[in-house]
Design a protein around this ligand. Structure first.
Ligand SMILES: [Zn+2]
Length: 186
């Protein structure tokens, strides 16, 4: 898995790119929470559930169904999240699903059970470019952890922040053009 620091990169980039008018602060916070939520399944190791089991790590909690249910439940709170139901649903689904997609790009562990409960098959992306974060803190605090952070910076943070800034710039330009075409909106 990428580290817990990197999973929120996707909702943060969306929020940065779309702006506060679309993604409120509360909705962003909810997105950050759901982007790390699937990894609560690591308690399965403590409970003796095997990694490859459907309730093991990267099992049911990394599925499309889980992301859909979490997004749907979260979207029911759309008023508290200062959003619309549709916007909250889409944003939370993207945030939750991005977790599993990023995991699929890592080069360690087992793949992701995207299709649970219909299939137990574990999937990896074709290009496993992200260094998998070690599960032990001791190993993470070694040079291995530094390599993981570097690979996340390169393959996750830089591309996402780049896209967010391009989208922000584009929004700014189109907003100014609209104002020029429609000066009364000023
Ligand atoms: Zn995960």
């Amino acid at each position: 898995m990428p580290t817990i620091i990197t999973h929120p990169a996707v909702p943060l980039a969306f929020a940065l790119g779309l702006g506060r008018e679309v993604i409120s602060g509360r909705l962003l916070l909810a997105g950050v929470v759901v982007s790390v939520l699937p990894d609560l399944d690591v308690v399965a190791f403590r409970l003796g559930v095997p990694y490859a089991a459907e309730f093991g790590h990267r099992g049911f909690s990394h599925s499309i169904l889980f992301a859909s249910v979490v997004a749907l439940l979260g979207a029911c709170l759309f008023r508290q999240l200062h959003s619309s139901f549709r916007c909250a649903l889409l944003f939370l689904f993207a945030a939750a699903m991005s977790h599993s997609v990023l995991d699929a790009f890592t080069n360690g562990g087992l793949g992701v059970a995207f299709l649970w409960p219909w299939s137990d098959e574990r999937f990896f992306a074709h290009f496993q470019v992200i260094e998998a974060a070690p599960l032990s803190l001791k190993r993470f605090l070694s040079p291995v952890g530094l390599g993981v952070l570097w690979s996340e910076l390169l393959w996750v943070w830089c591309p996402l922040l780049g896209l967010a800034f391009v989208s922000r710039r584009f929004r700014g330009l189109s907003g100014r053009r609209l104002q020029r075409m429609n000066p009364e909106t000023r």
